[in-house]
Design a binder for this molecule. Structure first.
Ligand code: ADP
Ligand code: F6P
Length: 325
């Protein structure tokens, strides 16, 4: 059974960085200090934990960070943490540094690491930090709002040149195995097609036929938002150009989607989630994942959270298709 009296809180960011992580770190630090707790920042995610890259954090250390993209603690992916030996070492290091409660800001993978630490007696709280929006227990993840706005603005720019040249443009957005970024951009940018890994009826012949049909109806361009989980945008462009005779270009937006100053929403939600993580630890509620559902901030047992599934909302996807007429 984990010790529930919290005197020192550790905080780390793990997996892909996401705008708003700094707001969450700042909120953890200041809420904890406000309650008279000590805060330790762990640099470079689990890799940094295993390397004992652990620093004390003061209120001033997080000044001037809420508006900054990325993560001031740095982040990393760490294979050693996937091993039992690595997990035991990580738990021992938390104990060595007196970390009674650990706030892990990251995605599902990072939560699995936190779950393993929880099983080894470390009190953990997971905060959903990923631009992919692919965490089942929450409708909001830190960074998605900024990333989707960044992608939307970039796609608007591609559309301008696509219309001028009367081209088909395939724009590839991130999201790993999830299509949320693609779906939201597809609606926000008025795309003709959205290709997502969750879509089972993806059919290139149908796209070719639709492009030909749209040209007949006088459409000046044809925008395809392609999720990273489908990928292959460059080859797809060649095949579509060959089959339709319409000039086709592919743009892979890439890591620019992960950078930039967080939106107001990401700053505010991340701040509240950061503060809630500390409140939960103080109340003795540990091994939880924080989420946002039906207009409220919520928390779930980490095992329950990791066992949940979510998919693309079918109605949202239907609307996206209808609006592409
Ligand atoms: P995200 O947290 O954004 O989903 P990753 O899937 O890359 O990103 O996971 C981040 C890190 O979390 C990994 O590099 C690893 O250190 C840790 N991790 C992922 N899966 C596990 C697992 N099954 N057990 C322990 N640690 C894990
Ligand atoms: O999880 C965030 C994310 O940006 C995914 O959308 C993408 O698949 C992945 O991380 C890219 O990771 P890396 O920065 O290691 O290339």
């Amino acid at each position: 059974m984990a010790e529930k009296i919290i005197r020192t809180i550790g905080v780390l960011t793990s997996g892909g960085d996401a705008p708003g992580m700094n707001a969450a770190i700042r909120a953890v630090v200041r809420t904890a200090l406000g309650k008279g707790l000590k805060v330790r920042g762990i640099r470079r995610g689990y890799q940094g934990l295993l390397n004992e890259e652990i620093i004390d954090l003061s209120a001033r250390d997080v000044s001037d960070t809420i508006q900054r993209g990325g993560t001031i603690l740095q982040t990393a992916r760490c294979d050693e943490m996937r091993t039992e030996e690595g997990q035991q070492k990580a738990a021992a290091i938390c104990k060595k540094y007196g970390i009674d409660g650990l706030v892990v800001i990251g995605g599902d993978g990072s939560f699995k690491g936190a779950q393993k630490l929880a099983n080894l007696g470390i009190n953990t709280i997971g905060l959903p930090g990923t631009i992919d929006l692919d965490i089942a227990c929450t409708e909001y993840t830190i960074g998605f709002d900024t990333a989707v706005n960044t992608a939307m603005e970039a796609i608007d720019k591609v559309r301008d040149t696509s219309t001028s040249h009367e081209r088909c443009s395939i724009i590839e957005v991130m999201g790993r195995d999830a299509g949320y970024l693609a779906l939201w951009c597809g609606i926000a940018n008025g795309a003709e097609r959205i290709l997502m890994p969750e879509e089972h009826d993806y059919n290139e012949e149908a796209i070719v036929a639709d492009i030909q049909e749209c040209r007949k109806r006088g459409k000046k361009n044809y925008i395809i938002i392609n999720a990273e989980g489908i990928g292959d945008s460059m080859n797809m462009a060649k095949r579509i150009e060959e089959a339709t005779g319409m000039e086709t270009r592919a743009t892979v937006l890439g890591h620019m989607q992960r950078g930039g100053s967080p939106t107001c929403k990401d700053r505010v939600y991340a701040s509240i989630m950061g503060a809630l993580a500390v409140d939960l630890l103080e109340q003795g509620k540990t091994n939880r994942v924080v989420g946002y559902k039906h207009g409220e901030y919520v928390d779930f047992d980490i095992d329950e959270a990791l066992g949940m599934q979510k998919g693309i909302p079918a109605y949202q996807y239907e609307i996206a298709k209808e609006l592409a007429l």
